[in-house]
Design a protein around this ligand. Structure first.
Ligand code: CTP
Ligand code: MG
Length: 179
């Protein structure tokens, strides 16, 4: 497979993860009162389990958007391009979305344990926690959809894409930090 095709195939496979990771920030606009996933609790180190950046509203928005919007775009590409690629199913989109959100919370847990505050940058962890988690879970379910070359390509292309989209969200006033 040539490089452009490999990148396009990779983007199709990880697209629902991207949507699930990018949309929770919108929940701040939709819901008035945040409900924290860690219920505001602290661990033995005196730091929050996850912090204010992980809310149930964010999970709901991320899962719904990742699954439905994620799959809708995949479906449209499938209609237009057809059998040139392998496509994630609606179920795969749901799996990618849940595991992306879970991976993002693992990342937040690690950030709190090493003393980083909510929103502090953690290079590579911020860009890859959700991606690696979701793509490895999908690979466990369907190895033919997530080949080794797709896995590697996803890890290489995601950090710059993540940084660019977060910068855009910051400029639009959706996010508090540009990363
Ligand atoms: N968000 C949410 N629920 C989630 C994930 C994200 O409500 N499960 C919202 C929060 O408002 C969060 C924003 O999306 O601040 C951006 O997400 P992210 O960059 O992952 O969080 P950070 O604020 O950077 O927090 P952390 O340091 O814990 O990663
Ligand atoms: Mg962040």
């Amino acid at each position: 497979m040539n490089v452009a095709l490999l990148v396009a195939q990779t983007l199709i496979v990880v697209w629902p993860s991207y949507v699930a990771n990018a949309t929770p920030v919108l929940s701040r606009r939709i819901f008035k009162k945040p409900h924290y996933v860690d219920f505001g609790k602290y661990l033995w180190d005196g730091r929050r389990i996850l912090g204010d950046g992980k809310t149930f509203e964010g999970l709901l928005v991320g899962f719904t958007a990742g699954t439905l919007v994620g799959y809708f775009i995949v479906f449209m590409v499938k209609l237009m391009v057809g059998s040139l690629f392998k496509y994630p199913s609606l179920m795969d989109s749901a799996v990618l979305s849940i595991s992306a959100l879970a991976g993002d919370m693992v990342g937040a847990f690690i950030k709190r344990r090493i003393g980083l505050k909510r929103g502090d940058p953690a290079p590579l962890l911020d860009q890859l926690d959700f991606l690696v988690t979701s793509i490895l879970v999908l690979r466990a379910i369907d190895p033919s959809l997530v080949t080794l070359s797709i896995l590697i390509t996803a890890i290489v292309i995601t950090p710059p894409i993540h940084l660019a989209t977060n910068a855009i969200a910051y400029v639009l006033g959706l996010k508090g930090e540009p990363w």
